[in-house]
Design a protein around this ligand. Sequence first.
Ligand code: NAP
Length: 278
Amino acid sequence: MMTRDRIPLAGVIGSPVAHSKSPRIFRHWLNRFDVRGHYIPMDVAETDLEAAIRVLPRLGFVGVNVTIPHKEHVLEIADLVSEQAAVTGSANTLVFRDDGTIHADSTDGHGFLANLCSNVPDWEPGQGPAAVLGAGGAARAVVASLLKAGAGEVRLSNRTRARSEALRREFGARIRVYDWNEAGAMLKGARTVVNATSLGMAGHDALQVPLDGLSRDAVVSDLVYVPLETELLAQARRIGCQTVDGLGMLLFQAAPGFERWFGIAPHVDDQLRQAVLS
Ligand code: NAP
């Protein structure tokens, strides 16, 4: 929050960071709400991370977003870790508080759910099993948010089975683990399907999971947003499923940071999408 007579600064720390869409999101909101403030991408090496974070508040920063590869490491630097960040095992939003402490939060789960609910208003987590592909950092946030929202069963399939088993041990009996070669079978009867792997992203391998078992009642969501319509979403749309792309999650996960740093709850709308895509 702005409490000092300074132009508040925020930004995103990662390495590399040039590809980040966060500056477009935040600059759109700063202009839209006529906020005196700036949002800056900062490429910070792992070895400089702590020193950079400690100095930023003294330079007028009210907080930062954190992206790959620093999302886990910042938990060790923060003084306070939100429940969401602790469950997710990583943070993407730091708030530099007036008392000098650093608060770490994870808003990926919020972004995922807010995007789903905004695109499919009658979606309910209790409608039927959810099937999540992947067990990395993003999958962990998705699983935690689905369980917290009340999902009765979350099925998980990941190339490295041990990572899904670790999530089952952590999150408990509502998780059912499938082998990666059973991922197609896992989709049978699922009402929510989420690709939380990096497969299907431009420059990566395609996601090759058979969709024969996918019901047209399922809502299919992809965390990948380049391309906007992944092959998974295109195929699911042809089957008749409602589909939700990953760009919305990126936009929704940014909103809590903007509100905390600049004091205004921003809108996620088509104007913002166009600004980020242009
Ligand atoms: P991560 O921790 O590195 O996890 C990557 C996941 O993809 C793991 O489950 C990994 O399986 C799987 N994977 C990678 N290559 C694979 C392959 N060749 N075959 C099968 N599985 C493969 O990354 P993350 O942070 O979770 O991100 C995952 C995706 O979500 C990325 O595309 C990222 O851009 C996207 N994302 C989007 C948003 C958003 O706001 N829309 C937010 C966060 C992340 P293994 O465990 O076997 O390696």
